[in-house]
Design a protein around this ligand. Structure first.
Ligand code: NI
Length: 178
C-alpha cells in the first residue's frame, strides 16, 4: 500500500474518458483500491477517482465519518464504486461549495442534482445500487465527473463564487486544505 501523487488540473490525464474495469476481485484491483484509500486519507479527501492518480479506469472511492475539508457535511458511507451509472431522480438541482484534491486550495459553487440513483459494482463484482440525496449525491456526481474528464471548475457558472479556500473560509483549519 502506498500514497500516490495526485495529479493537478492542467494534466491531460485528468481529461480522459476513463475505461471500464473488466476484471473484478483481482490482486491488482485490490492493490489499486488500497492505494487509493491511502492516498485519499493522506490528503483528508472526501473522495478520489482513479484518474486523479493517473489510472485510466472507471473507479471511484468516497466516504467519511467526519471530514476536516467539509466539517459541516453529514457522514457518507465508505464506498468503492466501479463502472458507475448515475440517473437523476427528479428535476431538482441544488448549489453547494466544492473543492477537489486536483485543484488544491480552492473552492467554488457548483449546481448538482439533488437526488439521484447510482449503480455500479464493488471491487468483488457485487452490484451496488443506491438512491441518495444531499452531500452524498454531490460527492458521487463530483467523483464520477472525473471519469468523464470533468473537473468541478468546468461546471461553475458564477465565478464570483470561486476562489481561495483561505480567503473564502478563513475559519477553516488551514491544514484541512492544501
Ligand atoms: Ni475531485
Amino acid at each position: 500500500m502506498s500514497v500516490h501523487t495526485i495529479l493537478k488540473m492542467g494534466d491531460p490525464r485528468l481529461l480522459r474518458q476513463a475505461q471500464p474495469v473488466e476484471q473484478f476481485d483481482t490482486p491488482e484491483l485490490h492493490a489499486l483500491i488500497a492505494d487509493m484509500f491511502d492516498t485519499m486519507h493522506a490528503a483528508d479527501g472526501a473522495g478520489l477517482a482513479a484518474p486523479q492518480i493517473g489510472v485510466d479506469l472507471q473507479l471511484v472511492i468516497f466516504g467519511f465519518r467526519q471530514n476536516q475539508r467539509y466539517p459541516d457535511a453529514p457522514a457518507v458511507p465508505e464506498t468503492v464504486l466501479i463502472n458507475p451509472v448515475l440517473t437523476p431522480l427528479g428535476e431538482e438541482m441544488e448549489e453547494g461549495w466544492e473543492g477537489c484534491l486536483s485543484v488544491p486550495g480552492m473552492r467554488g459553487v457548483v449546481s448538482r442534482w439533488t437526488r439521484l440513483k447510482y449503480s455500479g459494482f464493488d471491487q468483488f463484482g457485487n452490484v451496488i445500487e443506491r438512491e441518495v440525496d444531499g452531500f452524498h449525491a454531490r460527492v458521487v456526481q463530483h467523483e464520477c465527473d472525473h471519469l468523464d474528464g470533468i473537473l468541478y471548475p468546468m461546471r461553475i457558472t458564477d465565478f464570483r463564487r470561486f476562489g481561495f479556500t483561505e480567503i473564502l473560509f478563513p475559519d477553516m483549519d488551514p491544514n484541512a486544505d492544501d
